[in-house]
Design a protein around this ligand. Sequence first.
Ligand code: COA
Length: 155
Amino acid sequence: MDIEVRSAAEQDRLRLATVFAAVAEERDGIATEPPVDVELRAATWRVEGGLVAVVEGEIVGSIHVDVSPHGFGEIGMAVLREWRGRGVGSALLAAAIEWARQRGLHKLSLSVFSHNAAAIALYRKFGFVEEGRRVKQYRRASGELWDTIEMGLLL
Ligand SMILES: CC(C)(COP(=O)(O)OP(=O)(O)OC[C@H]1O[C@@H](n2cnc3c(N)ncnc32)[C@H](O)[C@@H]1OP(=O)(O)O)[C@@H](O)C(=O)NCCC(=O)NCCS
């Protein structure tokens, strides 16, 4: 399977928001839950700092590095469910690490729900280490309170 990773562009907004909304529907890996206002998400999407994975001519996942003025970048990422387990997440994360190094960031960090074994395994594979746990940090629509694990990678 050919995976192309490139910078996000203005014309990707709607597709990026659509992918995001599909992942939000799972109510599992990312903080946002449905309903997602796709038009609004598209309009407000932060294209700068974004990378997209393209397979068979269509965006199937993306990663965003939110650059802090203090030298680190915060990562968020998602891959469409039907494309998982085939290296898309790895390709995106490798590209984001390279992108951050090129910009002289000293660290990448992220928060991940403590039950998210696939994401935690991916981050560990690239050298991220666990730095702490936020207990019952996120209240879900169901009323459940979910912990997050904070992870970081020194570049
Ligand atoms: C986390 C996510 C981005 C991974 O994307 P992916 O395309 O499946 O990742 P890859 O195929 O490159 O797999 C990367 C590694 O993750 C691990 N992994 C993947 N799926 C796994 C699973 N179901 N269970 C355990 N580990 C898993 C493996 O270590 C794998 O490396 P390997 O193939 O060399 O063994 C994807 O599952 C996703 O989008 N989930 C929903 C949104 C989300 O949770 N985002 C992260 C929020 S912090």
